[in-house]
Ligand binder design. Structure first.
Ligand code: URA
Length: 222
């Protein structure tokens, strides 16, 4: 299915819906944890019709300065590795669960995650990604609670999130990959699976829709 066709069921394009979402988020920013002004919000970046949605935990210092997700040291590693797998960054979407930098880059609290969750949910609903790649345990826990990242990273999961089915692919956070060779290797190994998984899901969906077409034809010709 052509993504633009998929997303153009309402009058607004997915891109416009995302812009509206972030405008709304900025308008209520000061009522949300961590934000003191609308400019503290770091929006997601990329294609509103992306097949791959990468989700981190929260912006760091560089991200807050540039108001762009994953542009610091760990972001550079993430982006480099995505490109090395032949993925076009302009066709992906990169976002965070929590949209404002926590002080001293501390972990986000559960309350902070909860406060920003509706915006993440809406973002996912608009983008309708084929795969959600979670980066780190906080992002993973939004979709796969009660599991250990060391046990599930690099494995594809099918989850129901906001009453819709998604494929979720948990990975270590790139900051963890920067801390040691073993983690870096695991991060690279998992990353290499993404294009293959995407192709597999797309093929599966194509054959399912072909089956549906055949089924319709069979019924009609009875
Ligand atoms: N770490 C994250 O989780 N997100 C960013 O945007 C940057 C670093």
């Amino acid at each position: 299915m052509v993504p633009e066709e998929k997303k153009q069921t309402s009058k607004k394009t997915a891109q416009e819906e995302l812009q509206d979402l972030y405008a709304q988020l900025e308008s209520v920013a000061t009522t949300l944890p961590l934000a003191t002004k609308p400019e503290d919000i770091v929006p997601g970046e990329g294609s509103a019709t992306a097949d791959i949605l990468c989700i981190g935990e929260a912006p760091g210092q560089q991200e807050a300065l540039e108001r762009r997700p994953f542009v610091g040291r760990s972001g550079k590693l993430l982006r480099k590795q995505l490109v090395e797998q032949g993925l076009d960054l302009s066709e992906l979407y990169i976002a965070n669960i929590v949209k404002v930098r926590p002080p001293e880059n501390r972990d986000p609290t559960l309350d902070e995650i909860e406060a920003y969750r509706p915006y993440l949910e809406k973002e996912i609903e608009i983008i309708e990604p084929t795969i959600i790649v979670t980066l780190g345990r906080f992002s993973m826990a939004a979709f796969l609670p009660n599991v250990k990242i060391s046990q599930v990273h690099g494995r594809l999961h099918r989850v129901v999130y906001c009453e819709k089915q998604y494929y979720v692919f948990p990975m270590y956070h790139p900051a963890a990959a920067l801390r040691g060779t073993k983690m870096l290797q695991a991060f690279q190994d998992d990353m290499k699976k993404i294009p293959k998984i995407l192709a597999w899901i797309q093929e599966k969906r194509q054959s399912e829709s072909l089956e549906e077409e055949v089924e319709k034809y069979v019924l009609q010709s009875k």
